[in-house]
Design a protein around this ligand. Structure first.
Ligand SMILES: Cc1cc2nc3c(=O)[nH]c(=O)nc-3n(C[C@H](O)[C@H](O)[C@H](O)COP(=O)(O)OP(=O)(O)OC[C@H]3O[C@@H](n4cnc5c(N)ncnc54)[C@H](O)[C@@H]3O)c2cc1C
Length: 380
């Protein structure tokens, strides 16, 4: 096996690292406290090609592979997981979904602007009573001939207020079960579409999370993605790739927390020596390093599967499950290694600990990943 990165991949990794250090690090603590993320930073990420990394150049994207995308996600997440979730949703859910299943007209109209970062998108599946159990969709999209009439509420939507384009999953025909669900492109400002207040969150506080309310929103038929009834499959296929992005985010959080802990352990002295010289601390670092490398291998493997036309449902689920556990564990240990300083905001690791938790929850909880993995190995 050859894990050597190409010149192009190394350049992308370095560009993401430089951007994270120079543009994301200043102000990251303040953004976490104030729950804000300036639009100029999204635009800069767009200018650098991070908002449509896997999109074909003819639609304004960077035309890169999934491996390049996870390299960038890892570097951005080492500094600011709020920034990287915006990148992840726009790339793996919105742009990928539109490019793979959208019509030429939909791509021309929406994808070209989403891929350049001129605008940002949101992916709207979760509801107050439909999270893990996504088939329990209560939002309805009733067929009215030339349009669908959309009614219902979506919860926890990333980019909820800053997005211009929303991919909304809704039920058209209850009788048909999951085959009665559609995916619709909804634009901000459509009559009857309202956005709830920003959620006050534990972590990724710079990211923009809102509930969305649809009250008799008329969505033109040409805004449906795929055939009638394709919506549930669309959501599952899109989320299978999305998990690779979140796995890379978790990997970056783990690596970011580890790097800070390693540095601190060589500086901080206790009992007349640097704390890294105490075996209890050195062994924590050894465990962190080993687990991060194992997580990285799973993340790269799933990206490689996607780039090479292999099925990536299993490898993506394993990567997300493991990388998110490593992120949580590593961030907790990074706080421990920092002692009292780990508990205050200036040292960043407490933020990593709070941010890590979401990677075990969104785009399928750890329990749901285990369902995906066990089903796959039991049916093989
Ligand atoms: C910050 C944030 C951003 C988000 N962004 C988005 C977004 O952009 N778009 C979007 O659509 N959604 C988004 N979500 C929603 C997220 O995907 C859901 O919260 C997640 O899928 C879990 O759903 P739930 O919250 O309803 O939990 P539930 O499904 O109610 O689960 C509760 C608990 O029960 C467990 N559980 C449920 N079913 C089973 C089972 N069969 N076996 C074992 N355990 C089970 C779960 O693992 C979990 O531990 C976001 C959430 C947050 C917090």
């Amino acid at each position: 096996m050859d894990f050597t990165l190409s010149e192009e991949q190394l350049m992308i990794q370095q560009a993401a690292k430089d951007f994270a250090q120079n543009e994301l690090l200043p102000g990251v603590i303040e953004r976490d406290e104030t729950q804000t993320f300036p639009w100029e930073l999204v635009q800069k990420m767009g200018e650098l090609g991070f908002m449509g990394m896997m999109v074909n150049e003819k639609y304004g994207g960077s035309g890169l592979g999934t491996l390049s995308y996870v390299l960038a996600m890892e570097e951005l997440s080492k500094i600011d997981a709020s920034a990287s979730v915006m990148v992840s949703v726009n790339n793996s859910l919105v742009c990928w979904g539109l490019e793979t299943y959208g019509t030429e007209e939909q791509k021309e109209k929406y994808l070209t602007r989403l891929a350049t970062g001129e605008i940002i998108g949101a992916f709207c599946l979760s509801e107050p009573e439909a999270g893990s159990d996504a088939t329990s969709q209560k939002t309805t999209a009733i067929d009215k001939g030339d349009h669908y009439l959309l009614n219902g509420t979506k919860n926890w939507i990333t980019n909820g207020n800053i997005a211009e384009v929303y991919l909304v999953i809704a039920r058209t025909d209850r009788e048909k079960g999951h085959r009665g669900i559609n995916a619709l492109i909804v634009e901000k400002g459509m009559e009857g579409f309202d956005i709830g207040p920003k959620e006050n969150k534990l972590g990724i506080r710079g990211s923009d999370t809102h509930s969305l309310m649809f009250n008799d929103v008329k969505v033109p038929k040409e805004n449906r993605i795929g055939e009638d009834g394709f919506g549930f499959k669309f959501a599952m296929k899109t989320l299978a790739g999305g998990r690779i992005g979140i796995a890379a985010q978790a990997l970056g959080i783990a690596a970011g927390a580890y790097e800070l802990a390693l540095k601190y352990s060589k500086e901080r002295k206790a009992f007349g020596t640097e704390i890294a010289n105490h075996q209890a601390i050195a062994f924590k670092l050894a465990d962190m390093h080993t687990k991060i490398q194992a997580a990285r291998n799973l993340v790269y493997q799933s990206a490689w599967d996607k780039d090479n036309g292999n099925d990536y449902t299993l490898s993506g689920a394993m990567a997300k499950l493991y990388a998110s556990e490593v992120a949580m564990e590593t961030a907790i240990e990074a706080v421990q290694i920092h002692g009292g300083n780990g508990f205050v905001k200036d040292y960043h690791v407490e933020r990593f600990m709070r941010d890590a938790k979401i990677t075990q929850i969104y785009e399928g909880t750890s329990e749901i990943q285990k369902i995906v993995i066990s089903r796959s190995i039991l049916t093989d």
